[in-house]
Each structure stands twice: as structure tokens, then as C-alpha cells.
Design a protein around this ligand. Structure first.
Ligand code: SF4
Length: 434
């Protein structure tokens, strides 16, 4: 292989994969390779795949097939990440044009293969820190120790590994210096942060929030992927006290039936969940809550699914997603009896989304008339040629929660103030006030 001078990274899957790809890109640019926008122009193409559920594996496979088909003479095609961690051999057999296959967490090996002297890159220059738009992801941990029977992540990623606090503080400062107005804290379970560093259960994340908040007082800190039983009183008190930790929490609950939750090996005491939600709302009356559920887990009866609907109605989530259960090899639920037929799963998912649409619309209406800070993600014009901007308030997490469209002008990447005029089911409409 000739020494590559240019590269192109294709990232599939979740925000955690975006963070991994950024890490790889920093190694590559630190090694003086140049990024190019199109795969055709790159000496090396690296695909960071996703293997979470069947649908994401298929998307990753499709991307790999296309790149294999279009690969030109002299190009190096590398496939890495979650899907190849599980199915590396099959992926390579199906696509002989692939030159190298890696699993997860092997970014240094990928960089070394491309002739980067990884050991010489001790610190990443600020100019290499990539922030596109006003937000950036801060991945605080990887892997997971939880026993959820539907989830293949522990098999793909291994056990919990928390990034050291000092490194995260430095990374947060770099991202803020590069223009990030919002840092979105991600990990498979952010609330487990620190447990592998021998911190007492549930106490690690509040301490980390204190440190990061103090290091980047001007940036919003948004918490994703909290584990229900780890939303502790300390965490709630810390979130409420720190001004730049925004009142927003994503707590994937997965189901609303205790029997199903027990089969999922998830926290199954719903009274405790309801109490945590009440505590969050009384400490932060403005809090916005997101969750996700799974419809059609093995053995799910119509009565159990109705419990899910009742539970979601009782909590009134601002944002809620519902996935259909995807049967994964190497998980506890794979061999369970009574797999639910696809048409039943999809019908239940649709029924959930119809209910949630009404709840979300009602929840959104409480924002009408209020003035909020707004992060500008795009600028343009409406059909009459008047300027409009698109972006998000604290109410919307990037990529998952919809957008706010505001009349008026502002600069991309900046924070402005808007007044909310109107609420649609998922998006809000507003006017720039300053
Ligand atoms: S906590 Fe999340 S990542 Fe960990 S096993 Fe459960 S669903 Fe998977």
C-alpha cells in the first residue's frame, strides 16, 4: 500500500459513533493526512459501521457494498466499528474489495495502518478539533455492564470504561474554544460514569458535571442516555443547581409493564421511576423529558402493551421514540419463546406513535409565548424570500427531537433569543427577538 495522503470517513449509527469517527479524524489529521469530502478523491476510505439492530446493520452493509463497488485502483477500503466487531468475517467474505477489517476501539490501529505515528501525537492541536454547528458530543464512557436481554451492546463494546475526568474537562474546553455552544454528554449509560473508576454507585456523574460545568461555564451541558435507577437525588440536585446544565433529560425506559421489564432484565419497579420523574419535575419545573420504548419484546401481550401506553400517558414525555424489538444473536432474548410477529410489532409501534403525537403536541404548547435561547443550525429564506433560521432551544436535542424554525436573521453557529409563536406536533415556530 502506497503511503496515503488523503482520507474519507463514512460514519453510520449513533452519536457515539460520530465521536469515535472524530477521534479517528483527529489522529489522521494529526498524522498530516488530509480529509476529502467525497470518497472518490480519497486514498483511504474508512467506514465506521453500526451493529445495534438489524436495520442499522443493513444500512451499514449497504454503505459498504456501495463503496466496494465504486472502489478504484490504489484506494484502501477499511471497515471498522460495531458491525465488524460482530460479523467481520462475513462482511469481508461478502465484499472482497475490502482491504482491512477492524472491530470497535481500534482507531489507533487504523491510524497506524495508514502510516500515522500515533505515539508522536501527544496532544491534539485546537485547529484539529471539529465542531460543526453549535453543538458537539462529549463521549464520557463506552461499553456497558448492564444485563438488558434485548441489547447486544455489551457484546460489541465490552464492559463500562469511563474516560478520566481530567481528559473530559480538557476535551470540553477544546470543544468550547472551537465554538461549541452546547456539549451533549453521551455514553451507553451516562449515569454509570465513574463506577469502573471505583466511585460509589451513582455518585460519579454529579461530580463530573460539577467539573465540566465549571470548566465551560458558557456552554450548555445536555445529558443523554440516563439509566432509570441511577437518576439519583444527587444527580437531580446537581442538575437543578448548575446553571449551564440544561433542564433536559433522556431516560430510555424501554417498557411500561413490570413483567416485560423483568424479562428485559431492566429496573422494573415503576413506582420508583414515577418518583424520580416527580422529583425531576419538582426540582426543575421546566424540565423536558425524552425516552424510548420497545414494542413487541418476546412474550409481550396486548395487555402488557396497553400498560406501556398507560404508563407513557401518565408521564407525558415531551419526546418519546418507539422501536420495534429486533432479535439479536448473542442476547438473552434471542432464544426466548413467543417471539412477537412483525405485523403485531409494527401495529403496536404505530399505535404508540399516534398516542405520543398528541402528548408531544400538548407538551409543546406550554412553550408558546415564551422567550428562549436558540442555537442557530441553519439559515435560509421562506417562500416569500424573508429570512428564517432553523435550530434548537434547550427543548430539542440534536438529531432526535425536531427543530425550531424562527423568522429573522442570525449567524450560523451562534446563540440568539427567540419568542415561540406556535407549536406543531414535533416542531416549534418562533420569531427572533435579539
Ligand atoms: S443499559 Fe443500554 S447499552 Fe447497556 S445493556 Fe442496557 S440497553 Fe444496552
Amino acid at each position: 500500500m502506497a503511503v496515503p495522503r488523503t482520507y474519507h470517513v463514512v460514519t453510520l449509527g449513533c452519536p457515539k459513533n460520530d465521536v469515535d469517527s472524530e477521534h479517528l479524524e483527529r489522529l489522521l489529521t494529526g498524522g498530516e493526512l488530509l480529509p476529502v469530502l467525497q470518497p472518490e478523491g480519497a486514498d483511504a476510505i474508512i467506514v465506521n459501521t453500526c451493529g445495534f439492530i438489524e436495520q442499522s446493520q443493513e444500512q451499514s452493509m449497504e454503505a459498504v457494498r456501495e463503496l466496494s463497488r465504486n472502489k478504484r485502483e490504489g484506494q484502501t477500503l477499511i471497515v471498522a466499528g460495531c458491525m465488524t466487531q460482530l460479523y467481520g468475517r462475513q462482511v469481508k467474505e461478502e465484499n472482497p474489495a475490502i482491504d482491512h477489517v477492524f472491530g470497535v476501539g481500534q482507531w489507533q490501529d487504523v491510524a497506524r495502518l495508514l502510516s500515522v505515528d500515533v505515539d508522536a501525537i501527544h496532544d491534539i492541536p485546537e485547529s484539529n478539533v471539529k465542531v460543526s454547528g453549535p453543538s458537539a458530543y462529549l463521549k464520557i464512557s463506552d461499553g456497558c455492564d448492564a444485563p438488558c436481554t434485548f441489547c447486544v451492546i455489551p457484546k460489541i463494546k465490552g464492559g463500562l470504561r469511563s474516560a478520566p475526568a481530567g481528559m473530559l474537562v480538557k476535551e470540553a474546553q477544546r470543544l468550547a474554544a472551537a465554538g461549541a455552544k452546547e456539549l451533549v454528554l453521551v455514553g451507553q449509560d451516562t449515569t454509570a460514569w465513574g463506577e469502573d473508576l471505583r466511585m460509589p454507585v451513582g455518585s460519579g456523574l454529579p461530580g463530573l458535571l460539577e467539573m465540566v460545568s465549571e470548566a465551560v461555564p458558557g456552554a450548555w451541558l445536555r445529558l443523554m442516555y440516563a439509566y432509570p435507577s441511577r437518576v439519583s437525588p444527587q444527580l437531580i440536585e446537581t442538575m437543578a443547581r448548575l446553571a449551564n446544565v440544561i433542564p433536559y433529560l433522556d431516560v430510555p425506559l424501554q417498557h411500561g409493564s413490570e413483567a416485560v421489564l423483568r424479562r428485559m432484565k431492566r429496573p422494573s419497579n415503576l413506582d420508583n421511576v414515577l418518583r424520580s420523574i416527580e422529583d425531576l419535575r419538582s426540582a426543575m419545573p421546566e424540565i423536558v423529558l425524552r425516552t424510548s420504548f420497545i414494542a413487541g419484546f418476546p412474550g409481550e401481550t396486548e395487555a402488557e402493551f396497553k400498560e406501556l401506553l398507560d404508563f407513557a400517558r401518565a408521564i407525558r414525555f415531551d419526546h418519546a421514540g418507539c422501536f420495534t424489538y429486533s432479535r439479536q444473536q448473542w442476547t438473552g432474548a434471542f432464544e426466548m419463546d413467543a417471539q412477537v410477529p412483525d405485523e403485531v410489532k409494527f401495529e403496536r409501534r404505530d399505535r404508540f406513535m399516534r398516542q405520543q403525537r398528541k402528548i408531544a403536541a400538548k407538551q409543546a404548547r406550554r412553550f408558546v409565548g415564551r422567550e428562549l435561547d436558540f442555537l442557530v443550525e441553519g439559515t435560509g429564506e421562506d417562500e416569500d424570500g424573508a429570512p428564517v433560521i432553523a435550530g434548537r432551544t434547550y427543548r430539542e436535542a440534536p438529531e432526535v427531537d425536531g427543530l425550531v424554525i424562527a423568522r429573522g436573521m442570525a449567524t450560523m453557529g451562534k446563540r440568539v433569543r427567540v419568542r415561540i409563536d406556535e407549536a406543531a406536533d414535533y416542531d416549534l415556530f418562533a420569531t427572533v427577538v435579539r
